[in-house]
Design a binder for this molecule. Structure first.
Ligand SMILES: Nc1ncnc2c1ncn2[C@@H]1O[C@H](COP(=O)(O)OP(=O)(O)OP(=O)(O)O)[C@@H](O)[C@H]1O
Ligand SMILES: [Mg+2]
Length: 506
């Protein structure tokens, strides 16, 4: 049978950066094709070429046997290509229905769009794919999982989707939402759509795809049917070596005083609902306390309360022997708090500023980059280059705007900056989300090293395996309450999983 899509000898550079050296890719009709590769390998660039966002410098695109040109996103849509981008693109103040047809309503002499018709069509799509969305709801009111489905709805609002591109669609989803999404992907495939599925979660790639292609440094280096492929084989192809996830050793002997403690910390939402309910916990210097739980059970509130971004209504927060309950975020940073937030790109980064500036942000005092209040640009750039090398952050160097880096490399900037401050307490949420398997291994090692230097680490993660391999003790959040804290020696996946789903100590 004729393939749905053939990419032949595609090449693309941005200025001096070669994003795609040479890629060939063939995708069958009615199949799921996983595309894997390290951060910066060229996955999103390739998909953006298919979606009409970028023009290739070289190569051929053949769809259902016909050679095509895709000069802009409208051309991609006419060819039946829909794309869900790596980062959210919906307009929060508009409804799901409005977003679904954004920029695609017929515009004639200022004639108003037919809102009712739009709603009906969006509702029909929603029904057909079983998304369970309220198409009249503003996107701002949706959960992350619902937003992701709304993004897909928008990508599917074509007459006949021949190709659907999903660029890391599950990165921000809970395991249950991710399973839901995989179900939708299979339904689409069974209906004849060819799905290109990009993910760093190799287990997922294997579970959902029929074929897999690995891209490394802008080259396609492995094509194979997924049946019979192992995570290890794909990882080795991606990274070029074996990936050995580090494991926490025996529990440390804690001698230093200080660290972080929370006493009966309560955060109430404006409506009066308790989002954090009497949380009491402590993390000593040199210790890693893991917080497991399904996303949305108070993890974000816990992180923000400790960081000083969310006021607490009751209770006390002690940092390194001082009461910081009412202290500003800035004052807490000055007392040695490092923060790697889960929404790094919104909260941790200025995309328009150079990489060097982003790495140095809020570091000037800590790293002595400034003298007499004046920042030495030479010192800043030296510092930045050192971090780029140590954290293997790729994509054009210290001078380029941070926003031009690949998604995972942007994440690494925030991780590198916060670790470089040598914090006394590191608050880290979802540290490996969106980064590749090799970089994830590296970040885990960095966290273990930081603990070895007596940093107290509060690690919040919805990846149970991450918590189990790094933490000395594991707490579970459920409905804003800390269900219990278990020593790692006594923590099994089954036990913690049960606490996560029932909200009761097990
Ligand atoms: N608009 C742009 N301007 C300059 N360089 C770019 C631009 N877009 C991408 N690049 C560069 O192209 C390379 C490939 O980036 P791409 O986003 O395709 O990687 P990726 O495989 O999707 O990585 P990730 O897993 O981190 O999302 C990177 O080096 C990146 O810095
Ligand atoms: Mg990408």
């Amino acid at each position: 049978m004729q393939p749905r899509l053939q990419l032949r000898d595609i090449g693309k550079r941005f200025g001096a950066t070669v994003a795609i050296e040479r890629i060939d890719l063939t995708v069958a009709v009615a199949s799921v094709h996983a595309v894997c590769g390290e951060n910066g390998a060229g996955k999103s660039t390739l998909m953006n070429i298919l979606a009409g966002v970028h023009l290739p410098d070289r190569g051929e695109i053949v769809i259902d046997g016909a050679r095509v040109a895709i000069p802009d996103p409208a051309a991609a849509r006419r060819l039946g290509i829909g794309m869900v981008h790596q980062h959210f693109t919906l307009v929060p103040s508009m409804t799901v229905a409005e977003n679904t047809f954004l920029g695609r309503q017929p515009r004639r002499f200022g004639l108003l769009t037919d809102v009712a018709a739009m709603r009906v069509r969006a509702a029909a799509l929603n029904e057909r794919y079983g998304f369970g969305l309220d198409v009249r709801a503003p996107v701002a009111t949706l959960s992350v999982g619902q937003r992701q489905r709304a993004e897909i709805l928008k990508a599917l609002a074509l007459d006949s989707p021949r190709i659907l591109i999903l660029d890391e669609p599950t990165a921000v989803l809970t395991p249950r939402e991710a399973d839901e999404l995989l179900r939708v992907v299979r339904t689409l495939r069974d209906g004849g759509t060819s799905v290109l599925f990009i993910t760093h979660k190799l287990r997922e790639a294997i579970a959902v795809s029929d074929n897999v292609t690995v891209i490394r440094d802008g080259r396609s280096i492995l094509h194979r049917p997924t049946a019979g492929a192992s995570e290890a084989e794909i990882a080795v192809a991606m990274v070029g070596r074996d990936v050995v996830p580090p494991q926490r050793g025996a529990p440390p002997v804690l001698t230093t005083r200080g660290g972080l403690s929370l006493h009966d910390v309560t955060v109430t939402a404006p409506g009066g609902r308790r989002r954090l309910d009497s949380i009491t916990l402590s993390v000593r210097p040199g210790e890693i306390l893991g917080i497991a739980g399904v996303d949305g059970n108070g993890q974000s509130e816990l992180a923000e309360a400790v960081a000083g971004l969310l006021p607490v209504q009751a209770g006390r927060i002690m940092l390194d022997g001082r009461d910081v309950t009412r202290a500003s975020a800035r004052a807490r940073r000055d007392r040695g708090l490092g923060f790697i937030p889960e929404d790094r790109l919104d909260r941790g980064l200025s995309p328009g500023l150079p990489v060097a500036e982003n790495l140095a942000l809020s570091l000037y005092r800590a790293a002595r980059l400034a003298r007499f209040g004046v920042v030495s640009l030479r010192a800043r750039d030296r510092f930045a280059r050192d971090l780029l090398r140590r954290f293997d952050i790729r994509g054009g160097g210290a001078g380029v705007p941070a926003g031009t880096l690949s998604g995972g490399n942007m994440q690494k900037i925030v991780v590198a900056r916060e670790l470089a401050r040598r914090p006394k307490l590191l608050l880290v949420a979802q540290p490996t989300r969106g980064i590749d398997i090799g970089a994830g291994e590296f970040v885990h090692r960095q966290l273990l090293d930081a603990a070895g230097r007596d940093c107290a680490i509060l690690l919040i993660s919805s990846e149970l395996s991450e918590v189990l391999s790094l933490a000395d003790r594991i707490g579970v959040l459920f409905g804003g309450r800390l269900v219990g804290v278990v020593d790692r020696a006594a923590a099994t996946e089954a036990r913690i999983g049960a606490m996560m789903s029932t909200g009761r100590p097990a």
